[in-house]
Design a protein. Structure first.
Length: 132
């Protein structure tokens, strides 16, 4: 099993990641859905994670990457995140078409491969160039 919101929170309390960071980018959630969390439950967990990060590193700007469309509940989670008061990056469109993962950018239809990560990193860089 991959990273979940709970694992990220545990790691935050064990390690002082992000120390001195200006920007924090979070990409987590699919594994929660695959483990049985509902869209509402995952949204609540993500909002809690956002709150924890914002309180722990108040000078950093926290972004959540919109979840890739690999689970039926993703659309509801993304909609909830978009309507909340947090910064969301919409990277999914650079590696998907018609809301489906493009095979050349994924190793397993869930996790981006090296080319997919490179394309997403390029979009992140251009999205943040005025923040850095």
């Amino acid at each position: 099993p991959g990273a979940t919101v709970e694992r990220i929170l545990q790691r935050l309390h064990k390690n002082n990641w992000c120390c001195g960071a200006n920007v924090i980018i979070v990409c987590v959630g699919i594994n929660n859905l695959l483990s049985g969390d509902s869209a509402a439950m995952l949204t609540a967990k993500l909002l809690h994670l956002h709150s924890t990060l914002a309180q722990t590193w108040p000078s950093a700007k926290v972004y959540f990457m919109r979840l890739l469309p690999v689970h039926p509940s993703v659309a509801m989670v993304n909609k909830s995140l978009k309507s909340s008061n947090i910064n969301t990056m919409f990277l999914d469109k650079c590696v998907t078409k018609n809301n489906q993962p493009l095979p050349e950018f994924f190793r397993d239809n869930i996790h981006p491969n090296a080319l997919g990560l490179k394309k997403m990193a390029w979009k992140i860089f251009h999205s943040l160039k005025f923040e850095l």
